[in-house]
Design a binder for this molecule. Structure first.
Ligand SMILES: [Fe+2]
Length: 452
């Protein structure tokens, strides 16, 4: 397969921004719900030096976090900050950003767990703790209980307060994954090593009430690429055996893991996972046919993701794949109340082709019981990022809450934080918070309510 040339992941709103920004008292159109007191946080790659157009991979930019603080119906501040790293420290100095052990600041997700704000990423880098205003505190190892790397996709269990990850650390653990559980107090309480034939890129995982599910799919490390220094080290291997591993959450070793076949494909993100009444594991997921084969700069030029349902049967060790929605979409989210349980609703960001690249566009709301969907369009030239569902306090139905998402406007070259009423999905935006700059296309974020 001939490789595709120059990266489109540095064009348009993929372009990095150069400086950190602080802005107070943001302009709001509409009405911010008074119950929303806290911070909307988002992480993404933002190279601090001009990258090489031929070899730059979207996933390898320095982490930059963006935060919007809402308080009593007002938008109190916006802050963008580089995540501390050796590179950021070298460029901006001690006073600007505390040094961490990371060469590149974690650039993929930002969460709050056990009262710590953590920027996180996969592939061996440990979390970096940030303060409330998003300045770097330092590398965080869960009080020394994390031995190797972490993951960008902790699966939260609302019943126990734990977070579960499937981590890989190429430099420390070639050929092994670690299934790690962090308890509600922020300490690692379980680490199970899982052997893999080589080092697959395991971006996320499935979690149900019974199982942790390993997505062992045909994107793996290429040692020649890794040795070359500045290239993205993972690529598609057509001969790699795709499989899903089901590990009991109560297991203390990987001896009893059940490996189930799946046709070759790749997925970064499950929407949600649950145990069905037949003893199968169901994972709704944004699924690509192929990944990082000819496109070594990012995820969208080999194939595009559709919403699928995988039903994985530990008795037959087989996986049934069904397409739920063949529109191209990514960044799936659900309500916290149904995490790891059977869900009805899911939310995704639709992809749309602009002349030279794939961009984001509308937000989709799926009713996975009735197999219907709704589309929220933001107007011409406006494209929405990951839709974060925020539950209303004392909510009584699954979509009782809001969708919060960053929306980039090509005409003004700025972004807004938009709030929708999730149960009136095609209705008007209930609030639009104007940000002083554009937020480049990035990855994941969360709403972090203030502690009361
Ligand atoms: Fe992700």
């Amino acid at each position: 397969m001939p490789l595709l040339d120059a990266s489109p992941y540095l064009d348009g709103n993929y372009q990095p921004i150069k400086t950190e920004t602080t802005a107070l008292d943001l302009k709001v159109t509409g009405k911010i719900p008074e119950e929303l007191n806290g911070r909307f946080l988002r992480n993404g790659p933002n190279p601090i030096e001009q990258p090489d157009l031929a070899t730059h991979h979207w996933f390898l930019g320095d982490g930059m976090v963006h935060g919007i603080r809402l308080s009593e119906g007002k938008a109190a501040w916006y802050r963008s900050r580089f995540v501390g790293s050796r590179r950021v420290h070298k460029k901006f100095g001690e006073a600007h950003s505390a040094a961490t052990r990371a060469e590149i600041g974690p650039n993929t997700n930002i969460i709050e767990h056990a009262n710590r704000t953590l920027a996180i990423v996969e592939a061996g880098t440990q979390p970096v703790e940030l303060n409330y205003e998003l300045s770097t505190v330092g590398t965080h190892t869960f009080e020394g209980t994390l031995n190797n790397g972490f993951s960008a996709h902790p699966k939260y269990d609302p019943l126990t307060g734990e977070i579960h990850v499937m981590a890989y650390s190429p430099r420390q653990l070639l050929g092994k994954l670690e299934y790690i559980v962090v308890n509600k107090n922020g300490l690692v309480t379980k680490t199970v090593e899982i052997e893999t034939p080589t080092m697959p890129m395991v971006h996320d995982m499935g979690l149900t009430q019974k199982y942790a599910a390993v997505l062992d799919l045909p994107v793996a490390v290429d040692l020649d690429l890794a040795m070359s220094g500045n290239q993205f080290p993972f690529r598609w291997f057509s001969s790699y055996e795709a499989r899903i591993g089901l590990l009991s959450r109560t297991a203390d070793s990987a001896e009893e893991i059940v490996w189930c076949n799946i046709d070759p494909c790749f997925a970064f993100h499950p929407l949600n996972s649950f145990d069905d009444v037949n003893g199968c594991v169901v994972i709704d997921v944004c699924c690509f046919d192929k990944m990082f084969d000819s496109d070594r700069n990012g995820p969208f030029r080999d194939s595009l993701p559709r919403l699928e349902r995988w039903t994985i049967d530990p008795r037959t060790q087989k996986t049934r794949r069904e397409i739920i929605d063949d529109r191209f979409q990514e960044f799936p989210r659900v309500a916290q109340s149904v995490l790891n349980l059977k869900h009805r609703y899911g939310y995704t960001a639709q992809l749309a082709q602009s002349p030279s690249r794939w961009d984001f566009s509308h937000t989709l709301k799926h009713d996975l019981v009735n197999l219907t969907s709704e589309v929220h369009e933001y107007g011409p030239g406006r494209s929405a990022a990951e839709p974060v569902f925020v539950e209303r306090e004392h909510s009584v139905y699954e979509d009782d809450g809001w969708i919060m998402t960053l929306v980039y406007d090509r005409a003004t070259n700025r972004s807004d934080l938009v709030i929708l009423e999730a149960s009136d999905f095609t209705g008007p935006e209930i609030a639009r918070i104007e940000l002083p700059e554009r937020i480049p296309h990035g990855f994941h974020g969360n709403w972090v309510p203030d502690k009361t």
